[in-house]
Design a protein around this ligand. Sequence first.
Ligand SMILES: NC(=O)c1ccc[n+]([C@@H]2O[C@H](COP(=O)([O-])OP(=O)(O)OC[C@H]3O[C@@H](n4cnc5c(N)ncnc54)[C@H](OP(=O)(O)O)[C@@H]3O)[C@@H](O)[C@H]2O)c1
Length: 300
Amino acid sequence: MPERTRTLVMTGATSGIGAHALTRLMARAGTRAIIGARPSSTRPARDGVEVLPLDLSSLAEVREFAAAVPGRLDGEPIDMLVLNAGAQFMNTSARSADGFELAFAVNHLAHYLLARLLLPAVAQGGRIVLTTSDTHDPRIFRSAPTRVDVRGWAHAPGSAASAYAASKLGNLLTAEAIAALPETVERRITTIAFNPGLTGGTGLSRAFPGPLRQAMSALRPAFILLSRLRPQLYMNTPEHAGDVLAQLADGTLAPPAGRIYASLVRGQLTYPDPSTLAQDPAAREELWRESADLTGLPSR
Ligand SMILES: NC(=O)c1ccc[n+]([C@@H]2O[C@H](COP(=O)([O-])OP(=O)(O)OC[C@H]3O[C@@H](n4cnc5c(N)ncnc54)[C@H](OP(=O)(O)O)[C@@H]3O)[C@@H](O)[C@H]2O)c1
């Protein structure tokens, strides 16, 4: 009997890690993808890939995208929901269409809303992957948050580095919260928060001055050497990180029972404990409730 077509819904598929993951996932026959992308982005023109407009800096656009997806599914569920888009900025002055700090809005709040709106369409036994970062963890990154402060992150952020780290903690806590929902457990949906680790040659640093970006790429061997002392400084490639993201999305790689944090450390996939805060059920609850409030959803 021919296998049923498997369906991928994805953000952040137009560049860097996500573009490689999409290529790998589409290499298997019988896969189709619906990706959300900004009009300005490079659109992957491939058989089986449908592109719908999505700018994550607007909650209205997130809602429009989420409303359009079921119409494209032809009654089939989503097998893989990959929420990978992310952005990093030089400062915290930019605001989203809804008036929130931009890294927080794009990386965390938009994906929180999208995950909640699309969760009912995820297949029994399906998989949800949110791309986080080890910068969420104060043991690894000095600017990482030590408490949940959703209103502060939204309206009165500190440095650009702390705003990015907070948004990535938001991704991790969202993944934890989704994994704990009764409907997710009942429908045996696997939820994963994936840290690709420092990855050179992607578009993430595009807001940074050109010479800084070039220096980062040229210094890859030095970063790899330094990673013997500080593993988080190992510089990964977008190809490898994308490959691992694809394998987590399609279940080729599966976290051990009870683990949801999948982290590339010196290029190897590991399942370490995330930060203390990321393991705190009260932090998870607060993030969920406050994010629901900001996106106009009920908290339950
Ligand atoms: N690179 C690293 O060192 C590293 C480390 C840890 C975690 N990560 C995470 O890995 C993920 C992928 O990043 P990357 O390094 O591959 O960077 P990238 O090449 O810049 O890819 C980012 C993706 O997000 C999309 N995106 C950004 N802002 C968007 C918006 N407002 N609306 C819709 N889509 C938007 C981009 O679309 P466009 O094509 O339109 O720009 C692109 O497809 C991110 O979540 C990032 O935080 C990266």
